[in-house]
Design a protein around this ligand. Structure first.
Ligand SMILES: Cc1cc2nc3c(=O)[nH]c(=O)nc-3n(C[C@H](O)[C@H](O)[C@H](O)COP(=O)(O)OP(=O)(O)OC[C@H]3O[C@@H](n4cnc5c(N)ncnc54)[C@H](O)[C@@H]3O)c2cc1C
Length: 321
């Protein structure tokens, strides 16, 4: 393994547009601040550099991340190359926005507001990068990014391809990219309706204020741990347990079930469930991926046993078996 990495490092050194560092703690590149060392962390600033790294890595272990805000990384680290695609130049022409996957989502939100384009302002305060947002169809306050996506360019391991919105198979926190883990989102083309920048900014500031109360900017977490549940997809036996007051936009917050099973305030080592929000697990200090997983499994088991329901993680795992 050591020799393989030394050979790889020599090849990576020759790739223009690539920066890499050896033995980088994944806790330093994930918002949860959890995770052992990646043998190599490589940042590719161009498509050519990204594809050259993938060619060089071949079948050796590698994984792609973005801003690391929806990830639990393994305490043992990652035994290969963790790759980030960092291209981030936003182009806006009228209602059409072309945005590379390495763009910070908030920069995209701010740019569209400034350009008088409406829709993404409700995503103010969602951390992470555009590639991660497309992958997980990120959204908040009644809107998700898929509503504005015209097409997505991606690398499928062999070639760069472009697909339209329908082929992205977006659903609530789902996309075709989640089902093809080896596909890498390179760029999205969005189309947005016009809006008044001042009005959008006021709405965005209001949203950010509420969000910052729920997720203080320094909180080490990954946002919601579990996906919410689509009411229409729940078995009748479960639907019957849910009072109307908790249903929002056709969904039942998974926090409702978590609260029923006593999740709020639970502590396991350095990780805790927030005492004000049952679907929020955070690293209070010294937390490990092992503890996060154990807490998640305990909560899933309780919800299964007490409510007859299988919760599904929204958070993604890096290297955790
Ligand atoms: C405080 C807080 C609040 C949050 N609130 C929300 C919210 O309101 N709504 C919401 O939807 N999410 C929310 N999240 C979750 C997270 O911010 C989003 O899922 C975000 O889109 C993840 O982007 P990322 O770049 O950080 O992805 P990462 O965490 O780096 O990666 C997540 C997954 O995306 C994949 N991925 C990343 N980039 C690419 C790419 N270019 N191509 C293919 N796959 C890729 C990775 O392989 C990984 O599996 C929140 C998180 C936090 C910490």
């Amino acid at each position: 393994m050591k020799e393989m990495l030394a050979r790889l490092a020599a090849v990576l050194n020759e790739i223009p547009g690539l920066q890499f560092t050896e033995n980088v703690s994944l806790s330093s590149v994930t918002r949860f601040a959890i995770g052992g060392p990646a043998r190599i962390l490589a940042d590719a600033s161009t498509e050519t550099a990204l594809i050259a790294v993938l060619d060089a890595v071949g079948d050796d272990p590698h994984a792609l991340i973005g801003g690391g805000t929806n990830l639990v990384a393994d305490d043992r680290g990652f035994p290969g190359v963790v790759l980030r695609y960092t291209a981030n130049t936003i182009e806006i022409e009228g209602p059409v926005v072309r945005v590379p996957a390495g763009t910070v989502l908030q920069s995209l939100v701010d740019a569209t507001i400034a350009a008088g384009l409406e829709g993404l302002h409700t995503m103010t305060g969602i951390p992470g990068w555009v590639g991660g947002a497309i992958y997980g169809n990120a959204g908040a306050y009644g809107h998700s990014i898929h509503e504005f996506v015209e097409s997505v360019r991606f690398f499928d391991g062999v070639a760069v391809r472009e697909i339209g919105n329908a082929a992205c198979e977006f659903h609530y926190r789902e996309s075709v990219f989640k089902r093809h883990k080896d596909w890498i989102v390179l760029e999205a083309t969005l189309r947005l309706p016009p809006g008044d920048p001042a009005t959008l900014r006021i709405a965005a500031e209001g949203i950010l204020k509420v969000r910052n109360e729920k997720y203080p900017p320094t909180m080490r977490c990954a946002g919601s741990i579990f996906k919410n549940l689509i009411l229409a997809e729940l078995p009748e036996s479960v639907r019957a347990q849910v009072p109307d007051r908790v249903i929002r936009e056709g969904k039942v917050p998974s926090a409702y079930f978590m609260e029923l099973v006593g999740a709020k305030g639970m502590v396991l080592g350095g990780v805790q469930v927030a005492d004000y929000h049952a679907n929020l697990i955070y690293n209070a200090g010294g937390g490990t991926s092992h503890q996060v997983r154990e807490l998640i499994e305990t909560l899933k088991r309780r919800v299964k046993d007490q409510c007859g329901l299988l919760l599904e993680e929204e958070v993604q795992y890096l290297g955790c078996s």
